[in-house]
Design a protein around this ligand. Structure first.
Ligand code: NAP
Ligand code: F7E
Length: 344
């Protein structure tokens, strides 16, 4: 059987790199779309470039989701079996600063790929995965599943909701095998440093290594359903292997507050945290020594935030036989272990 080819946008990102590792192991040839950058942006996939065997299965292309002709040309010349659209301006807080760019890359970028599949008449050949997100639910009922109404609360979430419906529409209108993976927060040692999970594990590691005394956070009470990125990329592949295309929630079913994440990270280095004060004055202190390790800085508050996201992934568990393998405690430990090793 000829080898399958998978085109991945956002290949230099957290999920793009884990998915590349996963699909290469499955025997795929990867067409990796990366952005031109003034400094190196391939840290997460360098291990593939540097491995002679693996690099043969990886073909890099320069590309940008905001450039229609570029997207069309890459898809035309590679005609992939599967496209995973993971590229995005993925930072929710930043999307309030650059809403138009976020919409261009995240909403219209998705449309550009689906249009390319249609215009190039690849409907029968190319399956399409859209990296949708729990952020499209906003503040709504808990837990959220595929039937929960959408009430997005950021330019990022609104752009991803446009992409969600465009994916559904191209599936229904043009018979493209197109699916939305509605993934809840997923993390790991390769998570970007400005997302709260990695910001915490890095800062706690720096405190342990005596490189800093404290760190600042925003909304400590937000609750998220945190899973492992490595577990979640498998679900993307399973969705494209299914008999019929459909949209799936991918989550662990448990949610924890930002405070709980902080406590868990400190637990890894045998420190107990207690919380004192309220609002902007709230602090996280070392229960034993009284040292202040966490403070609140309003700069990290969003104009509108989502209070709690907790997913019900029973449809994926039933139909795809997918389930999360990593617990919250194991995830935090894995990230702490990796950051302690990195920060010497
Ligand atoms: P990430 O680490 O921020 O990676 C995003 C990737 O997109 C990077 O490779 C980035 O390139 C690329 N990118 C950004 N703008 C682009 C553009 N205009 N054209 C082409 N590529 C562009 O995000 P992630 O955590 O891996 O998430 C992957 C996808 O899943 C994203 O679409 C995200 O919105 C979505 N998602 C993530 C989560 C989560 O918890 N991680 C949950 C649900 C959905 P550079 O490396 O050059 O910046
Ligand atoms: O924030 C709060 C913040 O930026 C989580 C993206 O992958 O997952 C991610 O989006 C929560 C929020 O992730 C800080 O207000 C407190 O309530 O880590 P985050 P996110 O916004 O949930 C979804 C599913 C995606 O699709 C996105 O692409 O933590 N928070 N203090 C903070 N957040 C940050 N970043 N920094 C803080 O200092």
């Amino acid at each position: 059987m000829p080898r399958k080819t998978a085109l991945i946008t956002g290949v230099t990102g957290q999920d793009g790199s884990y998915l590349t590792d996963f699909l290469i192991k499955k025997g795929y040839k990867i067409i990796g779309v990366k952005r031109r950058s003034s400094s190196f942006n391939t840290k997460r996939i360098d291990h593939i470039y540097n491995d002679i065997k693996q690099s043969k299965n990886f073909i890099p292309y320069y590309g940008d989701l905001t450039d229609s002709s570029n997207i069309l040309r890459i898809i035309q010349s590679t005609k992939p079996d599967e496209i995973y659209n993971l590229g995005a301006q993925s930072h929710v807080h930043t999307s309030f600063e650059i809403p138009e760019y976020s919409a261009n890359a995240d909403a219209l970028g998705t449309l550009r790929i689906l249009e390319a599949i249609r215009v190039l008449k690849l409907q029968k050949k190319t399956k399409f995965y859209q990296a949708s997100t729990s952020e499209i639910f906003g503040n709504t009922e808990i837990p959220q599943n595929e039937r929960t109404p959408f009430r997005p609360r950021s330019p990022y979430a609104i752009s991803k909701l446009y992409a969600y419906w465009t994916t559904v529409n191209y599936r229904e209108a043009y018979d493209i095998f197109a699916v939305n993976g509605i993934l809840f927060n997923h993390e790991g040692p390769r998570r970007g440093e400005t997302f709260v999970s990695r910001k915490i594990t890095r800062a706690v590691s720096e405190i342990y290594r005596k490189k800093r005394k404290f760190f600042t956070l925003g909304n400590l009470n937000a609750k998220r359903d945190w899973g492992s990125a490595k577990d979640y990329v498998e679900s993307m592949w399973l969705m494209l292997k299914a008999k019929t295309p459909s949209d799936y929630v991918i989550s662990t079913g448990k949610s924890y507050s930002v405070k709980k994440f902080v406590e868990e990270a400190f637990k890894y280095i045998n420190i107990k945290i207690s919380w004192k004060g309220k609002g902007l004055k709230e602090i996280g202190v070392n229960k034993k020594t009284g040292e202040v390790y966490v403070r609140v800085d309003p700069v990290y508050f969003r104009p509108t935030d989502v209070d709690e996201l907790r997913g019900d992934s029973s449809k994926a568990r039933r139909e795809l036989k997918w389930r999360p393998k990593t617990t919250f405690q194991e995830l935090v430990s894995e990230m702490m272990k990796s950051d302690l090793k990195e920060i010497k």
